[in-house]
Design a binder for this molecule. Structure first.
Ligand SMILES: [Zn+2]
Length: 241
């Protein structure tokens, strides 16, 4: 009887080890296929413009031969129509970042939020003739996005883009160039697809200085730099249903 129990124990152990090995190998296989099949891509995204520094930022992007994405605030457009046209004419993508960027106002209700995006969409269309469908929540979608809100967003033909890496130049615009470059290498979810959050407010001059180094770093790591376009998969944080 004892021998039988012992051999049964061994059998269970062997079965457990085989199961463990299967789980481990399938995980590493899945990881490998993602890395092999999907090219590493980084999307450089600039929020809050257009501003007085946007022209300089565009010069830098041009000299680095890079196309980026600008999440534009509607109220910043009047008086800066020329620079918005330049963003569009130079082949960068334009996204929506509300009209007022006023947190107390924009998050009062889903409808107010969507209308803020649509007003911005209209203003951009008036200036460039282009109707943008990409949106970015000021401060990110966490704590704001819900299933029903996402449904409304999609009904209005809009798509959400959060980020998984940030320069932290929105809250700390005076960070040194070295610190900004360091931050550009950190990621919330390190993926083959990086959406990097940066800002182009009037005080983000160090971001422009850091940009060529950030671009070089990503290129050296084998990343392709792309603007967000219609076929770019939507990206938003998980939310409670
Ligand atoms: Zn913003």
């Amino acid at each position: 009887m004892q021998v039988l129990l012992k051999s049964r124990k061994i059998l269970y152990m062997v079965f457990f080890i085989i199961l463990l090995l299967l789980v481990l190998t399938s995980k590493s296989y899945a990881k490998e296929t993602i890395e092999n099949n999907d090219k590493k891509t980084v999307y450089l995204t600039f929020d809050d413009g257009p501003s007085i520094i946007t022209d300089k930022l565009l010069d830098t992007l041009k000299s680095c031969n890079v196309k980026a994405t600008f999440f534009v605030v509607g109220k910043e457009i009047p008086g800066r129509e020329k620079v918005l046209k330049r963003i569009y004419n130079e082949g960068h993508s334009i996204g929506l970042h509300t009209y007022s960027h006023n947190f107390k106002k924009i998050y009062k209700s889903d409808d107010i939020f969507i209308n803020e995006m649509l007003s911005s969409q209209e203003k951009i269309k008036e200036v460039t003739g282009y109707s943008s469908n990409f949106i970015r929540f000021p401060g990110g979608s966490s704590k704001h996005l819900s299933g029903s809100m996402l449904e409304k967003i999609h009904k209005n033909n809009l798509r959400v883009f959060d980020w998984n890496s940030s320069l932290e130049d929105g809250v700390k615009p005076n960070l040194s160039v070295d610190d900004l470059v360091k931050n550009s290498k950190k990621c919330r979810v390190c993926d083959h697809r990086i959406i990097l959050l940066m800002h182009c407010n009037s005080n983000n001059t160090n971001t422009i200085k850091a940009l060529p180094k950030i671009i070089d770093c990503y290129r050296n790591r084998g990343y392709e730099i792309k603007p967000i376009i219609d076929s770019t998969p939507e990206y938003y944080y998980k939310f409670k249903k």
